[in-house]
Design a protein around this ligand. Structure first.
Ligand code: NAD
Ligand code: GLY
Length: 364
């Protein structure tokens, strides 16, 4: 098993990465000294796969868990589901020392984390992420929240878990498309922070695509180490943490104009990262060879790297970008790369340059 520590003073916690960790969930929670009552929040796809194992482990360690399941999918990440969870917690007499276990992908993790952050003004929570994306990104760093009709992740909080358990076995049932979407975040860490990691991904991507346990452990552990280092320095995103948003300004806008239906998050940010690399070439001198390496790696991972847009769609996309949380005084701030592994935040990009990249995409 690999352990990565997220260094946040009294709110520090471990990320445990390995095979077959779920049966040990109860013991890990007992070592944390958590209260007896707990709630396992999961979804209708994940609960039948791993719910029993989680509940059994918690019961045998002396806990009294209740299970709460939401419908699988992004459309459940809303205040209605939060309300349903609150009602179930109240029914089960969850108190301040009780805790929540988030068992599922990023949707469950963000929602259950938000429920834990707000119920009784905050009760402890444990992340058991079951998608590659949630193991390398969403379960770490404490961003929790839900969507509003007006937009994604508009209500939320920074609230750190007590521990994160990344059980590699849970990834065995993950659909191929979801797995590849998670790789988009893994590749991002190489681009923003670690050129050697990017080189390794280029070399061993095929092993990863076969879900080889050793390669997966390395990819997840290095991704978590990078996220932990960044979050440890800038928990609330006053500066450095913004590097994690490389490719996300365009990616989020692509998700928005396609009504969160056509592309998975990882697919949208794959296109977004390729476009951010192209903007980086123009504004930060990212060598053309690096732009091509970035594009080629996403493509080899089976991810989309371009999108064909009509002129009205390009206008909608630019409008959607203005709603991004990284907009300040009407100016969109981009995260751009100088080299693979070296990144800059807060870069303004002229409108015509964005339009040029959007126009060029999908025409080759
Ligand atoms: P998800 O939670 O919707 O999971 C994807 C699908 O896979 C779902 O249908 C789920 O039921 C299913 N699934 C999950 N684990 C499975 C398994 N082991 N086997 C089979 N099926 C499984 O999506 P996701 O990609 O994990 O997360 C996306 C969410 O994460 C978005 O809401 C996004 O906003 C959020 N996010 C949050 C952060 C953060 O820092 N908090 C970062 C990135 C993304
Ligand atoms: N996923 C971006 C962040 O955690 O800051």
């Amino acid at each position: 098993m690999r352990m990565v520590r997220v260094p946040l003073g009294t709110r520090s916690y471990d990320i445990r990465i390995g095979g077959d960790l779920l049966p040990g969930l109860g013991l890990v929670c007992r070592k944390l000294g958590l209260g007896r009552q707990c709630a396992v929040i999961s979804d209708t796809t994940v609960a039948p796969l791993f719910g029993k194992s989680a509940l059994r482990s918690l019961r045998s360690a002396g806990f009294e868990p209740v299970s709460i399941n939401i419908a699988a999918g992004e459309q459940s990440k809303n205040l209605k589901s939060v309300d349903q969870c609150y009602a179930a917690l109240a029914n089960h007499r969850i108190e301040r020392k009780s805790f929540v276990v988030a068992l599922g992908g990023g949707v469950v993790g963000d929602l259950a984390g938000f429920v834990a952050a707000t119920y009784l003004r905050g009760i402890p929570f444990v992340q058991v992420p079951t998608t590659l994306l949630s193991q390398v990104d969403s379960s770490v760093g404490g961003k929790v929240g839900v969507n509003l009709k007006a937009g994604k992740n508009l209500v939320g909080s920074f609230y750190q878990p007590q521990v994160v358990l990344c059980d590699l076995n849970t990834l065995k049932t993950l659909p191929e498309r979801e797995f590849r979407a998670g790789l988009a975040e893994v590749i991002k860490y190489g681009i923003i922070y670690d050129a050697k990691f990017f080189n390794w991904l280029e070399r061993d991507l095929d092993l990863l695509l076969r879900r080889d346990a050793k390669a997966l452990t390395k990819a997840i552990a290095r991704s978590c180490e990078i996220k932990a280092e960044v979050v440890g320095q800038d928990e609330k995103e006053s500066g450095l943490r913004a590097i994690l948003n490389f490719g996300h300004t365009i990616g989020h806008a692509i998700e928005a104009i396609t009504a969160y239906g056509k592309y998975l998050h990882g697919e949208a940010i794959s296109i977004g990262q390729v476009m951010a690399a192209q903007l980086s070439a123009g504004l930060k001198g990212l060598p053309a060879r690096d732009v091509e390496r970035i594009r080629a790696l996403f493509e080899r991972a089976g991810l989309p790297v371009q999108i064909r847009l009509t002129a009205p769609q390009r206008t909608r996309l630019r409008k959607a970008m203005m709603l991004d949380k990284k907009v300040s005084a009407g100016d969109i701030k981009f995260v751009l790369a100088e080299r693979i592994g070296t990144i800059h935040i807060g870069q303004s990009v002229p409108d015509q340059m964005i339009d040029g990249v959007l126009k060029a995409s999908g025409t080759s």
